[in-house]
Design a protein around this ligand. Structure first.
Ligand SMILES: Nc1ncnc2c1ncn2[C@@H]1O[C@H](COP(=O)(O)OP(=O)(O)O)[C@@H](O)[C@H]1O
Ligand SMILES: [Mg+2]
Length: 307
């Protein structure tokens, strides 16, 4: 159990009517819980970046919204209607204007790109394992199968574009990193979180982003030091394994797709920072674009390790 102030096994779902005690949310009437020996439904802070926060209250997560969040909420509702089991349920907006999402129990977060975070290291172990890599690829595929055919209104506003998918596109997640997957301890993925950047795109973008972080596209030294590899990864073999588990018949063009994705990531950071969106604006002011540029350069310089 991570990041929470009590053991979830104490919680008992008692029905759909508003709670008579303890539930701290006014507009949200989806669940009521008996709290037993729990403290009042207190907020447990999961993350606080400038301008936005993520907290847990009971079996819900509350997140600061973005201007484009309504489109993401329609996506989550569409996935729920299709019975997709891995996305959080959108449960409404609370009295503080935060989105209310269902809590998915398991191991996630730790923002794996930051070295030294214990939980990040646990998550690297999930995808360093070849079986976990395949399960990760299958999860991306299951998402794409579930979202196929889902549209959006012409005036739907996403993080960096408007409208529904064009031919050949799906509403992609676009932040489907190993740490935005919720894992069981046995390495089984059970959820996908952090949907803010979802928008229509070529589905290869989700594949490319997952490859970048799981192959991974970084040095042997980094793989051994903190990405939980016991020996330098055979990157072409891992790309092939991911591709096959996702359902691609070959790996042609995938390294270029990762490069395109890295550039698109860079461009999104510039665009969001330019609009003053937090925490991106702060990240960019603090030099994050140089970090992203270094990732692009690593890929350009190490094609021999990748193909
Ligand atoms: N639906 C959820 N279920 C369980 N944990 C969640 C959920 N949403 C967010 N979290 C936790 O909160 C952290 C931050 O939330 P996330 O949606 O990933 O925001 P950020 O964009 O800041 O990474 C996650 O790393 C995870 O630990
Ligand atoms: Mg996240």
């Amino acid at each position: 159990m991570i990041c929470i102030g009590w053991d979830q096994s104490d919680l008992v779902r008692i029905g759909p009517e508003p709670s008579s005690g303890g539930m701290a949310v006014g507009l949200f009437e989806g669940f009521a819980w008996t709290a037993g020996s729990l403290p009042e439904m207190q907020e447990v802070r999961l993350k606080a970046d400038r301008g936005r926060e993520v907290v847990r209250i009971g079996e819900t997560v509350r997140r600061t919204t973005f201007p484009w969040s309504p489109a993401v909420h329609r996506l989550l509702e569409g996935l729920e209607a299709r019975g997709f089991p891995y996305s959080p349920r959108f449960l409404g907006i609370d009295e503080h204007g935060r989105e209310v999402l269902s809590w998915i129990d398991g191991i996630c977060g730790g923002d794996g790109y930051v070295e030294g975070v214990e939980r990040g290291a646990t998550i690297w172990a999930m995808v360093a394992d070849p079986a976990g890599l395949a399960r990760y690829a299958q999860l991306v595929r299951e998402y794409h199968d579930a979202v196929a055919g889902l549209t959006a209104a012409d005036d739907a506003c996403w993080a960096t574009r408007k409208g529904g998918p064009e031919p050949g596109e799906l509403i992609c997640h676009l932040d489907l990193s190993p740490w935005n997957v919720v894992w069981q301890e046995d390495g089984q993925p059970v959820g996908i979180i952090d949907w803010d950047y979802a928008e229509p795109a070529d589905p290869i973008r989700d594949v490319a982003y997952a490859l970048e972080w799981s192959v991974p596209f970084c040095s042997d030294e980094e793989c051994l030091r903190w990405r939980r590899f016991d020996s330098p990864p055979d990157r072409p073999a891992r790309i092939a394994q991911f591709a096959s588990a996702y359902g691609l018949t070959n790996t042609a063009g995938l390294v270029n797709s990762v490069l395109d994705g890295q550039q698109a990531f860079y461009d999104r950071e510039v665009a969001l920072a330019g609009r003053g969106i937090q925490p991106t604006a702060d990240d960019v002011a603090n030099g994050y674009l140089e970090v992203v540029q270094a990732r692009i350069q690593w890929t350009l310089d190490h094609r021999d390790l990748l193909e």
